[in-house]
Write a protein that binds this ligand. Structure first.
Ligand code: IMP
Ligand code: MG
Length: 269
């Protein structure tokens, strides 16, 4: 992870070296452009986190390749090299970059999960209950909840997919792993990470009901009200959030940030 930071720091050092060389050659125009590229890259490096850098790894390698070529002994810095440098740095530093702001701390999550477990414990008969987690976002929450419930419970998993790499729902929800589930006559405790438009939970609730459970209880960690499009059964929720795109504690953006202990909001910089 660290290596991309190192590579970019090397790139900055090489760019400074190129700038000095151009000044010696009295090529002020090129030297000035290099100065601008250095400033741009420095600004980018200040804001980008490790994940952003990994994501842009190929471009970082492309930049290093150009720099290696023009810093070879006896190399001449052509206009074409300048163009390639400009292009690759532009692509590398192009937004959106996000910064993470902690919204709910690990300790607050823990407290709330404890409270939810206390409420749920009175409602469920462990021998009849199946806890159903939704892959992949709800895993952390489900496991913590199971441990706090501290009952001889069974659990299973269903997979719901509605999100691409973007921050909004595609509306269409696909369910997987449904054949493996045995929900008939069970008390199903459905555990989900976040409800946004409501389409995902609605699709799962509808599926569960077709399996004739004795009862369905839904428990979601985050009830996000910003973009609710359909009414959906939420019996318990951990936190109510008005808006923002959240990551951490299982929640992802393009499959990243799931393992953060806190829940953070991603904000464009
Ligand atoms: P919905 O169908 O729009 O309610 O979206 C539900 C699904 O979208 C959740 O199961 C999450 O996987 C994902 N999702 C919605 N909002 C967020 C968010 O703020 N961060 C991460 N994932 C989200
Ligand atoms: Mg999900």
């Amino acid at each position: 992870m660290d290596s991309y930071v190192n590579l970019l720091e090397n790139a900055l050092a090489l760019l400074s070296w190129v700038q000095v060389r151009l000044l010696k050659l009295v090529d002020h125009k090129k030297a000035e452009l290099i100065g601008k590229l250095i400033a741009k890259l420095e600004e980018f490096l200040k804001q980008a986190d490790d994940m952003e850098l990994i994501h842009r790894g190929e471009k970082i390698h492309a930049l290093m390749a150009i720099l290696q070529e023009i810093t070879k002994e006896g190399a001449i810095i052509e206009n074409q090299h300048m163009e390639s440098l400009k292009d690759v740095i532009q692509e590398l530093t192009r937004g959106p970059l996000y910064k993470r702001r902690t919204l709910i701390r690990e300790s607050e999550i823990k407290e709330r999960v404890k409270e939810l477990a206390r409420l749920l414990r009175d409602e469920i008969n462990p021998s009849k209950t199946l806890v159903l987690g939704v892959l992949r976002g709800s895993i952390f929450f489900m496991v913590d909840l199971l441990r706090e419930l501290n009952m001889p419970l069974r659990f299973d998993l269903i997979e719901a997919k509605s999100y691409g790499d973007k921050m909004h729902s595609s509306g269409e929800v696909k369910l997987h792993r449904v054949e493996e589930l045995d929900l008939k006559d069970k008390i199903v405790l459905l555990v989900e990470d976040i409800v946004d438009t409501g389409h995902t939970l609605k699709a799962i609730v509808e599926f569960v009901k077709t399996q004739k459970p004795e009862r369905l209880i839904t428990c979601v960690l985050i009830n996000k009200l910003e973009r609710r499009e359909v009414d959906v059964q939420i019996d318990y929720f951990g936190f109510r959030i008005e808006e923002g795109f959240l990551v951490g504690y299982g929640l992802d953006y393009a499959d990243r940030y799931r393992c953060l202990p806190d829940i953070c909001v991603l904000e464009p910089v």
